[in-house]
Write a protein that binds this ligand. Structure first.
Ligand code: HEC
Ligand code: HEC
Length: 459
């Protein structure tokens, strides 16, 4: 019953009529489950279910592509290098490391002369829910089968089946992530033909990758199986992208967390700590203003005062202005200052498994994230760089001017401390950990033994 319903019911009690005809008496304090279920209804939080079944031939092709370094200019990095099942669909790094780097996971090292990718790699878990916005700054967006908004320098082809496919068109164009710099030679010492192409000829890059792929008989067979009826000459990288999207939806969907079971009306699925944390999250605290709906995140942009670390993005470099940079690029009007340092609230299912946190990976634990929210201005002013990999500490922008700049557009809710007790902080963390599907802990079965190019899958 909603608060209004309860009030109406109490009013009716005086008249002797209320549902069930229970005898008049003092109303019992609603139990925590009743309170929480009301909050969840108000927050639009609903269980997520299995993804629609995907065409197996498309999934098999997409799996091969996701793990095949042939998609990268230098044949040295695949999507899965940064979105690794052994690290829950991410890399365990604060900032991702692209082509030229060596190793996988948190031990991955930057190649000489290369620069960090300016942002943290999000997990592929539950990307199949297909939020309206993708990327930390929401620069790719759209519903259903599109059309999709993308960065202004790239026009996406038609025929993309969903936003994940639209996104998959982009990493292969990105020089720092997958394409490489002009003059690069690949792992075998051959010219990197993808990197030679000027950025404006991005459609040629897609064509050149398809030429690589279809030159390998096993890919020709797999594309044929996934797209019977489409002649090889009509296959474009959008067909590869649709296959990758099908694999992501099929492989990385995990929706059986204790919290999801609770949403399916199993009161015993959550511990008392997690329930208390959830009532804070969906009740007294502002969390669910931004992390709500089926995704527990994703739909609006906010500056929550995260410390700035990294090489920076676009015109704002060495800072990362987040959404403001996109707004300035995509819409030719002065950027509203409210978007300065604003990012997309990440979806929170399985968040326990995908440290480090925030757009630049500044916090190694959920405890540290909750401490940040508890007093944002102080957390920003006293950020401890030893939480970062030594290679990144020199790129922490902790100067007074930057801190003042970030605080000047800080979300108003966080301008004053939340004053959480130690117990409340650990309840919140217990709630966040209740979002973990145990089946998301070990995703090793998604890794193929080999890929059609014969390039190593793990190195
Ligand atoms: C060098 C590491 C790297 C590689 C390689 C890479 N990604 Fe990413 N990926 C990232 C980073 C970093 C972001 C976030 C970038 C941003 O928000 O600006 C990201 C974002 C994404 C997103 C959006 C997630 C979200 O929640 O917004 C998807 C989907 C994705 N990548 C899929 C892929 C696919 C498919 C490939 C291969 C075609 C790929 N990635 C290759 C690092 C990488
Ligand atoms: C005003 C909107 C807003 C509110 C309120 C809010 N968040 Fe967030 N949350 C965000 C944004 C935006 C980010 C990403 C910020 C960034 O990277 O700069 C984020 C990031 C996070 C992350 C890191 C996730 C990841 O994958 O890196 C967690 C965990 C989180 N929030 C939990 C909470 C909790 C707990 C609360 C309540 C105390 C809360 N949020 C309140 C917008 C919000």
């Amino acid at each position: 019953m909603s608060r209004h319903g309860l009030a109406a019911c109490l009013g009716l009690l005086a008249l002797g009529g209320c549902e069930g005809g229970s005898p008049p008496g003092p109303p019992t304090e609603p139990g925590i489950d009743q309170q929480l279920r009301q909050q969840l209804t108000q927050g639009g939080v609903v269980p997520i279910g299995p993804m629609p079944a995907q065409n197996p031939a498309l999934v098999a092709l997409g799996q091969a592509l996701m793990f095949d370094k042939i998609l990268s200019g230098n044949r040295d990095i695949s999507c899965a290098t940064c979105h690794d099942p052994l690290h829950h669909g991410t890399d365990g790094l604060s900032l991702a490391i692209g082509t030229g780097g060596t190793g996988m996971g948190p031990g991955r090292q930057l190649g000489s002369g290369r620069q960090f990718v300016p942002r943290n790699a999000p997990s592929m878990l539950n990307q199949g829910l297909r939020p309206f916005y993708l990327f930390w700054d929401g620069r790719v967006s759209g519903f259903g089968a599109g059309p999709f908004t993308s960065p202004p320098d790239v026009v996406l082809p038609s025929g993309l089946s969903n936003i994940l496919a639209a996104q998959a068109m982009l990493p292969v164009l990105n020089r720092r992530e997958m394409r490489g710099d002009s003059g690069d030679v690949d792992r075998f010492g051959s010219l990197n033909e993808l990197a030679q192409l000027p950025d404006s000829q991005y459609a040629e890059v897609w064509r050149a990758i398809m030429k690589r792929l279809l030159g390998i008989p096993e890919y020709a067979v797999r594309f044929g199986a996934a797209y019977p009826g489409t002649p090889a000459g009509a296959l474009g990288f959008q067909h590869a992208a649709n296959a990758i999207a099908a694999f992501l939806m099929q492989g990385f969907s995990r929706y059986d967390s204790p919290f999801d079971r609770y949403l399916h009306r199993d009161d015993a699925a959550l511990t008392p700590e997690a329930k208390r944390g959830a009532t804070l999250f969906f009740g007294r605290l502002p969390c669910a203003q931004c992390h709500n709906g089926p995704l527990l995140g994703g739909q609006r942009f906010a500056n929550v005062g995260v410390p700035q670390v990294g090489p920076g993005v676009g015109k704002g470099a060495p800072l990362d202005l987040g959404r403001a940079e996109v707004v300035a690029q995509q819409f030719p009007v002065p950027s509203p200052s409210s978007y300065r340092f604003a990012f997309r609230p990440p979806p929170l299912r399985n968040v326990e498994l995908t440290a480090p946190y925030m757009h630049d990976g500044v916090y190694p634990t959920l405890e540290a994230v909750v401490r940040h929210y508890n007093d944002v201005p102080t957390a920003l002013r006293t950020y401890d760089v030893t939480q970062l990999d030594p290679a990144l500490r020199g790129m922490y922008h902790g100067d007074q001017a930057t801190i003042t700049d970030v605080l000047s557009t800080l979300e108003w809710r966080f301008r004053t401390p939340l004053n959480l007790t130690d117990g409340e902080r650990s309840d919140l963390v217990a709630f966040l950990k209740s979002l973990t599907d145990p089946a998301a802990r070990d995703l090793a079965s998604l890794i193929p033994a080999s890929v059609p190019s014969g390039l190593p899958v793990r190195e």
